[in-house]
Design a protein. Structure first.
Length: 82
């Protein structure tokens, strides 16, 4: 069940991030974006000292991580063609 909830939360976090910064892609890309955002926020939070070794980012952290990924994507490749 952990994987199921990770996918659901990843999809929701990716969807919210794509509302903030529009990007191309479908449901699968949105889900991967949210999961990658959570992983990125966890890594960044552990580097800064916000999270311990066994802690991870939650829903808001996943959204922030996904928005950061989209911002980096847009900075490197320019605005997407929707």
């Amino acid at each position: 069940m952990h994987w199921f909830w990770a996918i659901v939360v990843g999809f929701l976090a990716g969807a919210v991030a794509r509302v903030i910064i529009p990007a191309p892609g479908g449901c699968l890309v949105t889900t991967v974006l949210g999961i990658a955002g959570a992983a990125f926020a966890t890594w960044l939070g552990q580097q800064v000292g916000w999270y311990g070794p066994s802690e991870g980012a939650h829903f808001v952290g996943a959204i922030v991580g996904a928005v950061l990924i989209l911002a980096i994507y847009r900075a490197l490749l320019g605005p997407p063609r929707l």
